[in-house]
Design a protein around this ligand. Structure first.
Ligand code: 13P
Ligand code: SF4
Length: 337
């Protein structure tokens, strides 16, 4: 049993943790640091002791993203990292479908989630029964499934995709029609870029990205000179039309670091702007703030509990996991980013 760590913010700890504070000082007020620093120290110590790896999604808050992560990335990068890690324990700092994907790829490892109730409106929009009905309605048409789904839904699918590779996954199949589930907006956005016919699932959408409207982008451009706007493809197509660039969370980050715009608005979950602003002081961020309530369930105290007690282990029925593995692995083997 791991000794319980001391969570006091002492003068000695303040000095030891100063290099971490330097990474986040632009986005975390000094007054909040004593609350985070003892947890960051304890998490980093225990994860080494237990050979655990922390896979952290781009929407996590800055103290998690910059101070305890071993790998940060979009869903695709995290699933690739999960496939190659030699850690004994994976702590998935993201929502439940991300932790399930890690478990699907690592059936023999311990995969933990700081909060098993961190869901996703897309994953909740479709069941395995729904997919079976679609397959009956459209026999022989391959099912391409966004990773934002449960293991049961993946198990009924031919191949998975992420927002970073969706078009290329669809085009790799050599067919002229696919069923794409469950994100109707991502499906419509891809349909605007490809000749392949896409059958959509009309009740799937992201509760965060569907809130943006074209008017939000038009007004921001009117109010801010020289503004570049980049948007996640889970936004409705009329929003994407108003943006200068659209891509996965990782591709949005690369766009900012490569182009270094004077002023940028990231039309996505708002912790990502904080994470990138911390590293790009020369870029001004205009922040529409839509938070994902599920991603925000992950906190430093819950991560620490995970590591101490190995609680909240992700479990999947082995038969479902094996079938879901085929769909995820087929995507990873395409090796497209
Ligand atoms: P990314 O794969 O682009 O990180 O997207 C995941 C997600 O849930 C966005 O809302
Ligand atoms: Fe799901 Fe949307 Fe949250 Fe991403 S931002 S995890 S798609 S609810």
């Amino acid at each position: 049993m791991t000794n319980l760590p001391n969570l006091e913010f002492t003068a000695e700890l303040a000095i030891e943790m100063q290099p971490y504070y330097e990474k986040v000082r632009r986005v975390i007020p000094e007054i909040e640091w004593p609350m985070h620093a003892p947890y960051i120290k304890a998490i980093n110590d225990i994860k080494k002791e237990k050979n655990a790896v922390l896979l952290v999604h781009n929407y996590q808050t800055p103290e998690i993203y910059h101070c305890v992560a071993d790998f940060v990335g979009d869903s695709l990068a995290l699933s690739k990292e999960a496939a190659r890690t030699d850690a004994d324990i994976i702590v998935q700092c993201g929502v439940h479908f991300m932790a399930e994907t890690s478990k699907i790829l690592n059936p023999d490892k311990i995969v933990l989630s700081p909060d098993l109730n961190a869901g996703c409106s897309l994953a909740e929009s479709i069941t395995a029964d729904d997919v079976r009905s679609l397959k009956t309605k459209y026999p022989g048409i391959p099912v391409v499934t966004y990773v934002n789904t449960s293991a049961e839904v993946k198990a009924e699918s031919d191949i998975c995709c992420t927002s970073g590779n969706a078009r290329r996954v669809i085009e790799s199949l050599g067919v002229n029609k696919v069923i794409f589930i469950p994100d109707k907006y991502l499906a419509q956005n891809i349909a605007n870029e490809t000749d392949i016919e896409i059958i959509t699932w009309d009740t799937g959408s992201c509760e965060v990205h569907e809130l943006f409207t074209p008017n939000d982008l038009i007004e921001a451009r009117e109010n801010e000179d020289d503004l570049k706007i980049i948007a996640h493809p889970e936004c409705p197509p009329d929003v994407i039309k108003e943006a200068d660039f659209s891509g996965s969370t990782a591709n949005m980050i690369s766009w900012v670091t490569n182009n270094k715009p004077k002023k940028v608005m990231m039309v996505t979950e708002c912790s990502m702007s904080d994470n990138i602003a911390a590293e790009n002081p020369e870029v001004e961020f205009v922040r529409p703030c839509n938070l994902c309530p599920h991603m925000k369930k992950i906190t430093l105290p819950k991560i620490l509990d995970n590591l101490i007690y190995l609680n909240n282990e992700v479990k999947i029925d082995p038969i479902i996991a094996k079938k879901a593995f085929n769909a995820v692995d087929r995507m990873i083997k395409l090796d497209i980013s």
